[in-house]
Design a protein around this ligand. Structure first.
Ligand SMILES: Nc1ncnc2c1ncn2[C@@H]1O[C@H](COP(=O)(O)OP(=O)(O)OP(=O)(O)O)[C@@H](O)[C@H]1O
Ligand SMILES: [Mg+2]
Length: 211
């Protein structure tokens, strides 16, 4: 059965968003984000803070990403974020990190937890991968990008830390649909910019990683 994205539950209201923003500065973590029980802070990237949390309704571990952005109160930005998060949330593919819920008003994403770490960590602890393993990861991520193009999404931020691994070593692409929007505020959306999947776009990703 397809795990359809749920309608967003009330996550933080604007007051709670302000307290979340304070938490972005702190090494500690909030006890709760919306209905989710935060277990620990997993890390911090260019976009925001990532927390490991429990979903008490569905009894599962989830990842919550709170986007740190100076445009957290910008309506236009929220609209674009919502549109791209919706597209990403509808991708159901084994090599794409599933978005369970998102709160576009507060720039909070609730995602599938992928428990085997990321490729950057693997490369730094284990060094170069053997050819079979490397090809397996590249092929999985290529399939993920194909699925994304079918949903009119161009990732534009493919890098080892955005390639997560399951315990069995299966690759899953993270941060689909949000990376470019957050990083390049002046640029057009993937919906209104270059046609997704054009040789220009896919070529850029392939060229950079020599696929
Ligand atoms: N769905 C997930 N499951 C498990 N761990 C995750 C998940 N998403 C992110 N992480 C982990 O949380 C940490 C922070 O991730 P984040 O995406 O914020 O950083 P990044 O990829 O280095 O930077 P960027 O902001 O450019 O994506 C990383 O260690 C990452 O592996
Ligand atoms: Mg990332």
């Amino acid at each position: 059965m397809t795990d359809k994205p749920r309608k967003t539950q009330p996550l933080p209201d604007s007051e709670a968003r302000q307290s979340l923003e304070k938490n972005l500065q702190a090494p500690s973590h909030p006890d709760m984000i919306g209905r989710f029980h935060v277990k620990r802070r997993l890390g911090e990237g260019g976009m925001g803070i990532v927390y490991l949390a429990d979903d008490p309704d569905l009894h599962r571990t989830v990842i919550i990403k709170v986007i740190r952005d100076e445009r957290a109160h910008d309506d236009h930005f929220h609209k674009l974020f919502r549109r791209e998060a919706e597209l990403a949330a509808n991708i159901d593919h084994p090599n794409v990190v599933k978005i369970h819920e998102f709160d576009a008003d507060n720039l909070v994403l609730v995602m599938e937890y992928v428990s085997g770490g990321n490729l950057k960590q693997l490369l730094s602890t284990r060094g170069a991968l053997d050819t079979d393993k490397a090809l397996h990861i590249v092929a999985g991520i290529a399939r993920a990008l194909d699925a994304a193009y079918e949903h009119n999404i161009v990732h534009r931020d493919i890098k080892p830390s955005n390639i997560l691994l399951t315990r069995d070593g299966e690759p899953k692409l993270a941060d689909l649909g949000i990376a470019k929007r957050i990083r390049q505020p002046g640029t057009q959306s993937t919906l209104t910019g270059d046609s997704p999947g054009t040789p220009g776009d896919s070529g850029r990703e392939r060229q950079r990683y020599q696929w």
